[in-house]
Write a protein that binds this ligand. Structure first.
Ligand code: BTN
Length: 321
């Protein structure tokens, strides 16, 4: 009911809607309406309440609730079911649990804050309240296990395209999972796989984006390498709109990828968004450090590095550019 009242107010930004009309539309008492309005105001919605006129929505807070994300979301599956939490250890952990319990593909877990946000290779991911996007999508791709890392690359293309659109500045992919602006990281992707007898049962696609932080909000040790969308554009950005653009881009690319059963169909778009190709890289792999110029990405998503000993393929690594 609260959501329906919000929808009605949202659809009439220039008019007051009388309590009487709301009562009539939703068949509820005046007292119930007033309670819902108060709840919405407590969540941060600025609602003008004028005697004999009614209610008018004046401003919308920067929330990543289901109501805000679903408003105008143009997807069929991705994000159509949303679990929003105020604080959580890690959205990837919650999403993995929900996937185990049978939640369908496209279920989105999103939290205002993470207390145990996970980065790649066991590193922590700084996830303070209210300023970033900390979210995880449940995926159920029918793919051979060896292809699962390609989902990180598909997601990186979707996120970098969405962030380019939202900011009007070119976002670049640093292989395999970072999105950067001007060589500073604003987003990381952590893909985790659940398997049963050699088959993928689900993949959890975790995405962390710095949206409205200012430089001094970052811990000192990452102030020199991190950035946020706010720093890039010079103004705060509503987080729900960023989530929507990402879900929409990702659904299109993911469907294309799964239908083709190959990264090859995404490869050209990946190259367009890459800031890795053509640069000198140093890749810390399990076989040691590989240095050279990143010249290509192959149809499996491996980075092709031209070294003094010839071309070498890097399947998994942290790279320095
Ligand atoms: C990295 O760059 O190391 C990956 C960072 C991934 C962070 C996101 S935030 C949402 C999701 N939940 C987590 O615990 N981690 C991912």
């Amino acid at each position: 009911m609260k959501e329906q009242i919000l929808k009605l107010l949202r659809a009439n930004p220039d008019n007051y809607i009388s309590g009487e009309e709301i009562c009539r539309r939703f068949d509820v008492s005046r007292t119930a309406i007033w309670k819902h309005i108060k709840d919405l105001q407590e969540e941060g919605y600025q609602i003008d309440a004028v005697r004999n006129k009614g209610y008018r929505l004046v401003s919308i807070p920067d929330l990543v609730t289901a109501a805000e994300i679903l408003e105008g979301l143009q997807t069929k599956r991705m994000g159509q079911h949303i679990v929003h939490l105020k604080v959580v250890d890690s959205t990837n952990v919650v999403a993995a649990k929900l996937a185990d319990e049978g939640e369908p593909e496209g279920t989105l877990v999103i939290s205002d804050q993470q207390t145990g946000g996970k980065g790649r290779r066991g590193r922590p991911w700084f996830s303070p309240p209210g300023t970033g996007i900390w979210m995880s999508l449940v995926l159920r791709p029918q793919l051979p296990m060896a292809h699962a890392p390609q989902l990180t690359l598909v997601a990186a293309v979707a996120v970098s395209q969405a962030l380019t659109e939202v900011t009007g500045s070119q976002a670049g992919i640093k292989w395999p999972n970072d999105i950067l602006f001007d060589d500073r990281k604003c987003c990381g992707i952590l893909t985790e796989m659940n398997m049963e007898s050699e088959e993928i049962t689900s993949v959890i696609l975790g995405i962390g984006i710095n949206v409205n932080q200012v430089r001094s909000d970052f811990p000192e040790e990452i102030q020199g390498i991190a950035t946020s969308l706010r720093e890039i554009t010079g103004h705060p950005i509503p987080r729900a709109s960023v989530v929507q653009r990402i879900l929409e881009k990702f659904e299109t690319l993911y469907d294309q990828y799964v239908e083709n059963g190959s990264f090859a169909c995404i490869r050209d778009q990946w190259k367009k968004q890459s800031i890795t190709l053509g640069r000198h890289v140093s890749a810390a792999t399990s076989r040691g450090i590989i240095t050279g110029v990143a010249v290509d990405i192959d149809e499996m998503g491996a980075l092709v590095v031209e070294t003094e000993q010839g071309q070498q393929k890097v399947y998994s690594a942290d790279i320095q550019v």
